[in-house]
Design a protein around this ligand. Structure first.
Ligand code: AMP
Length: 193
């Protein structure tokens, strides 16, 4: 099972991806998680990405495409993967097409979680509260200033990715305002169909 989860920050991609990981035994490939790990480890990629990420901007296509190109070839991704947070630009979507063609891989589904923008900031703030309650560290970009930039980036750069897949007839849409359980059921039924 190879699939892409699309949607704005706070749409619930990570939550649903975690459930799909359990169901299908395939890894969640979150470019955000991988970049945060690189920042934490102080790698050259992390050093280049940190300031942009903290401000809510997008890391260069070249960096994220390179990360994904390596990651999908890891042994644990042989039976499939869930792309979460990638592709985020049309250039990334094109690069992914090339990568899939080159490696003989095919996507099974591209699913977009549609969420009312007005609900997103509250969800991000809630995520920060839950992280604190669990004793974790709040993401540097889970604050209203960076969130505003992330949403702008989403509108300008990532919404066209949905249009890119929709124009090929391969985009499925799920109501991300529904409960977590209902969203999971809607995704399950797309994947079963
Ligand atoms: P996320 O965890 O998906 O919300 O990503 C957190 C941050 O990592 C984003 O705001 C970007 O700065 C960066 N990032 C993650 N994925 C990508 C991507 N595909 N392209 C560019 N930047 C990304």
């Amino acid at each position: 099972m190879k699939l892409i989860l699309l949607g704005p920050p706070g749409a619930g991609k990570g939550t649903q991806a975690t459930r799909l990981v359990e169901k299908f035994g395939i890894p969640q490939l979150s470019t955000g998680d991988m970049l945060r790990a690189a920042v934490k480890a102080g790698t050259p990629v992390g050093l280049r990405a940190k300031a942009v990420m903290d401000a809510g901007g997008l890391v260069s296509d070249e960096i994220v495409v390179g990360i994904i190109a390596d990651r999908v070839l890891e042994p644990d991704a042989r039976n499939g993967f869930i792309l979460d947070g990638f592709p985020r630009t049309v250039a990334q979507a094109r690069a992914l097409d090339e990568l899939l063609a080159r490696t003989g891989m095919k996507l099974d589904a591209i699913i977009e979680l549609k969420v009312d923008e007005k609900a997103l900031l509250a969800r991000i703030e809630n995520r920060a509260r839950e992280t604190i309650a669990a004793g974790g560290t709040v993401r540097a970009d889970d604050n209203p200033e960076a969130f505003k930039v992330r949403l702008e980036q989403y509108r300008a750069q990532t919404a066209p990715v949905s249009a890119y897949y929709a124009s090929r007839g391969s985009l499925k849409t799920v109501d991300g305002m529904a409960s977590i359980e209902a969203v999971t059921r809607a995704i399950d039924s797309i994947l079963a169909g």
